[in-house]
Design a protein around this ligand. Structure first.
Ligand code: SF4
Length: 320
């Protein structure tokens, strides 16, 4: 929750400290898997912004076993930061898109000392009751928390079609309702400056995620990875990217309409320069983050300020 004396939004680092009592580090895991939107199950070409390496630019090779990936990263971070608690983060592609036995196997591989949580990145159409039930058994048996990270990117289902997500808003809502039956956290990824979305879509996104009581949100600025369909559209001037100032305003609106209890993992994308043809208006991500925070402080903006739409606003207005 936002502490208005020193926080303008609920940072993920604070959320982890509130939950675990100390700093917790995420260790990325890269599996040799694909995605139903790439292998022909749902589609062949993937989301129009997705590069061939998926989104895990920082991960180790997927030839290394899960245990070894975790151990290598853990040893390094333990030494560097004296860290004690970690999250095993299945980051790249769709980490529930595999037979159930394989899924149980890889998740069990991540049960090692000092792992307090397993975060699994996936698509809303790759969640079902059986996988969740198995995950819950592992969680209870080993006393490890679970976070499911769902890619959504936009709540505008026309935009979802344009970016070739291969699912609509309905699949997202369905998966959230199913996950909510368990004591798992849900994180949702949103891109706030997709060329087909306007600021009303952005605000509606914040309201829908707040209404669904999503626990964490990761915000992305759209970057254009090389050799993607999005890159073709950009090169052929079929799309234009909104200005940095507009992106900053969208993030601030989004935060203001987001419930104060939602932890914000990220405000701006990070992608290596050599992999992209456009990224963050040639500005460092942290400079844009600073600009957002400074503007919020100057204008007295804070997370949740506009999140007043829940629980019968008309009744409150008329009869309170
Ligand atoms: S769902 Fe994820 S991994 Fe699959 S194509 Fe889209 S961005 Fe890439």
């Amino acid at each position: 929750m936002v502490n208005l004396e020193n926080e303008i939004y609920y940072k993920y680092s604070k959320y982890l400290k509130d939950k675990y009592g100390e700093k917790v580090y995420k260790l990325p895991i890269n599996l040799d898997i694909t995605c139903p939107n790439r292998d022909g199950c749902v589609g062949n070409n993937g989301c129009i912004f997705c590069s061939e390496v998926g989104t895990g630019f920082e991960s180790l090779s997927n030839n290394i076993t899960v245990k070894n990936q975790l151990q290598q990263n853990m040893d390094f971070i333990k030494k560097k930061y004296k860290a004690k608690k970690f999250i095993a983060y299945f980051q790249n592609f769709t980490n529930t898109y595999m037979p159930i036995e394989d899924f149980i196997y890889v998740i069990n591989e991540a049960i090692v000392d000092d792992i307090v949580e397993i975060a699994i990145s996936t698509r809303p159409d790759c969640i079902n009751d059986n996988y969740l039930e198995q995950l819950n058994k592992i969680s209870e048996a080993h006393n490890v928390n679970i976070t499911i990270e769902l890619g959504l990117q936009s709540v505008n289902y026309h935009t979802l079609e344009k970016i070739n997500r291969g699912h609509s808003l309905a699949e997202f809502i369905d998966s959230v309702i199913r996950i909510k039956k368990y004591d798992f956290d849900i994180c949702t990824h949103m891109i706030l400056n997709l060329p087909w979305d306007n600021s009303i879509d952005v605000i509606e996104g914040a309201k829908i995620l707040s209404a669904l009581e999503i626990n964490q949100i990761k915000l992305h600025s759209l970057y254009i990875a090389k050799n993607t369909y999005l890159a073709k559209l950009y090169d052929n001037k079929k799309i234009s990217i909104t200005s940095k100032e507009d992106y900053i305003n969208r993030v601030i609106s989004f935060l203001e309409y987001t419930d104060e209890n939602v932890a914000i993992q990220r405000l701006v994308s990070r992608a290596p320069k050599e992999e992209t043809i456009f990224c963050n208006w040639n500005t460092s991500w942290w400079k844009i983050k600073d600009e957002i925070e400074n503007k919020m402080i100057t204008n007295n903006n804070f997370q949740g300020r506009m999140c007043t739409f829940k629980n019968g606003t008309a009744l409150k207005k008329r009869f309170n």
